[in-house]
Design a binder for this molecule. Sequence first.
Ligand code: FCA
Length: 329
Amino acid sequence: MRLLKTALVAGALAVLSVTTIAAYAQDTKIGFIVKQPEEPWFQDEWKFADQAAKEKGFTLVKIGAEDGEKLMSAIDNLGAQGAQGFVVCTPDVKLGPGIVAKAAANNLKLMTVDDRLVGADGKPLEDVPHMGISATKIGEAVGQAIIDEMKARGWKMDEVGAIRVSYDQLPTAVDRVEGAISVLKAAGFKTQNIFDAPQAKTDTEAALNAATVVLNAHADIKKWIAFGLNDEAVLGAVRASESVGIPADGMIGVGIGGAESAINEFKKPAATGFVGTVIISPKRHGYETALNMYDWIANNKEPAKLTLTAGALAKRDDYQKVRKDLGIE
Ligand code: FCA
């Protein structure tokens, strides 16, 4: 009789724990906040985060926060909804300590993606788990792709101008463009032929405005190269070159991203000055970060403090294959 009782209790407990786990997964709510929801890269991140939510059975709350105010109220909102954590690409990395405090006040676990938070001293907040791209390396790949294309076109480096579409308040943006510049310089490109085009926002329109200023100031230069933190930045420079009458064979732009902005460009019937992009992985940045957050909440498994992802160069003729190899399609 006692045996039977024990078996019954054990059985009941087993049933209970199974139902508890199921209920727990259902109750898990994770926020995914991005700084520029209209940008295809972030749309893709969300898409892959959704995939993780579907697989694990948690609720994903997607929020666009274009400025600090929206971000802070989004975090409060997640707290009020009973979420347990969130992944964020912040509109401003200098909000770091404020974001950490807000997350703690709402009892939310915090992980960052793409753009790493910095403290008052400008140094990264190393305690917050982060997934970003290997910015310097990817920038170097951009620089190398540009050098190779200049060679293929038989350009003399001294007659070429470089547009550095910049967003220097964001460390990953600086690392990306400086990576490109280091390769250009090593190949003999002169520093005085590199012109800074600071963009007010990280979108195509802001980059177009910034690059137009440079092109107008150096109207004597007829051959141009362009690089920046993402595809949008480089597309802005390419559009600017078109608007001042530089033909496609007078411009070499190589971006970073490989999402729809770049793909639409490659799909155009005639090649433009946007010759390539280093494709990065929205699957890792979306799916994996969401999964990391879920594991942290549900299984108490804390994410790695720092994960840096790689990129692969793609051009008009091979981007579909590169995307496939990266598991993006
Ligand atoms: C930054 C950029 C995005 C994307 C991401 C990986 O957040 O603004 O376009 O390149 O890094």
